[in-house]
Design a protein around this ligand. Structure first.
Ligand SMILES: CC(C)CCC[C@@H](C)CCC[C@@H](C)CCC[C@@H](C)CCOC[C@@H](COP(=O)(O)O[C@@H]1[C@H](O)[C@H](OP(=O)(O)O)[C@@H](O)[C@H](O)[C@H]1O)OCC[C@H](C)CCC[C@H](C)CCC[C@H](C)CCCC(C)C
Ligand SMILES: Nc1ccn([C@@H]2O[C@H](COP(=O)(O)O)[C@@H](O)[C@H]2O)c(=O)n1
Ligand SMILES: [Mg+2]
Ligand SMILES: [Mg+2]
Length: 192
């Protein structure tokens, strides 16, 4: 869904991307910084177990993820290498963000399953696209929505733990639905 906001989001992202370009950063460097920010997230969560500090570092990493493409496009350097880096680092970031929930007391088995389902959602898009089937924007919750869910889980954890836990279970259910939607998208494209 949030992919449909891409055009509107340029009002927020473009000036920020121009700022990063003025700092002399390339799209790939912004992508790398997004991964560094996610590793910082892991360090902060491991040593402080503070969900608000985690949220702040997650926002920084997510913002860099949304900005890297904009920086590349504005610099005229968008291309396959950057696309590969962006998508690859996103998977590592997803694994870091979700698995860190176990540091905050979330159930390990469900958290591990959520990592797998999240990575599989993205894998199905990659596989679909390798078969010539457009999967961008398809599915209930794409990466942006998952990041928003994770942000809210972190924000509410100390203040409204029941809300945070409920969001965790909703995220799992919505992720399973999204996985099925993308799976069905591909199998329904090919003749029986
Ligand atoms: C403090 C409270 C009062 C309020 C807090 C509210 C919180 C909910 C705020 C959350 C903010 C933030 C943590 C979450 C939102 C950021 C997120 C929308 C931006 C990252 O989007 C991801 C990016 C992904 O696309 P990309 O092409 O780079 O990657 C693809 C993706 O990995 C695919 O995976 P999948 O298939 O979807 O699973 C792969 O398949 C592809 O291969 C891969 O290419 O999207 C980029 C552009 C977005 C469409 C545009 C949205 C940008 C936002 C609107 C602007 C930024 C939001 C700010 C971070 C908000 C600041 C919060 C502030 C502190 C309150
Ligand atoms: N280092 C990068 C990062 C991204 N790109 C290009 O942008 C696309 C992703 O754009 P987002 O706005 O969703 O981040 C990606 O597919 C690449 O085409 C790039 O070239 N270099
Ligand atoms: Mg990106
Ligand atoms: Mg990305």
């Amino acid at each position: 869904m949030i992919t449909n906001l891409r055009q509107e989001s340029k009002k927020i992202l473009r000036p920020l991307a121009k700022g990063l370009i003025r700092l002399g950063l390339s799209g790939n460097q912004v992508t790398a910084l997004g991964l560094v920010a996610s590793i910082l997230f892991l360090i902060v969560m491991y040593f402080t177990r503070n969900p608000i500090l985690g949220f702040i570092t997650l926002v920084v990493s997510s913002l860099l993820d949304a900005l890297d493409g904009e920086v590349a496009r504005l610099r005229g350097t968008a291309g396959p290498m950057g696309s590969f880096l962006d998508s690859s680092f996103d998977r590592l970031e997803d694994a870091i963000f979700i698995s860190s929930l176990t540091l905050l007391g979330f159930q390990s088995l469900l958290t591990a399953l959520l990592v797998g389902i999240s990575l599989s959602i993205s894998y199905l898009r990659a596989k679909a696209e390798s078969l010539g089937i457009k999967a961008e924007g398809k599915g209930l919750i794409e990466r942006g929505e998952r990041l928003i869910f994770l942000s809210l889980i972190l924000i509410f954890l100390d203040f409204f733990p029941l809300v945070s836990t409920s969001l965790f279970y909703i995220l799992i259910i919505a992720s399973v639905i999204t996985l099925w939607q993308r799976f069905h998208l591909v199998i329904s494209t090919f003749p029986k």
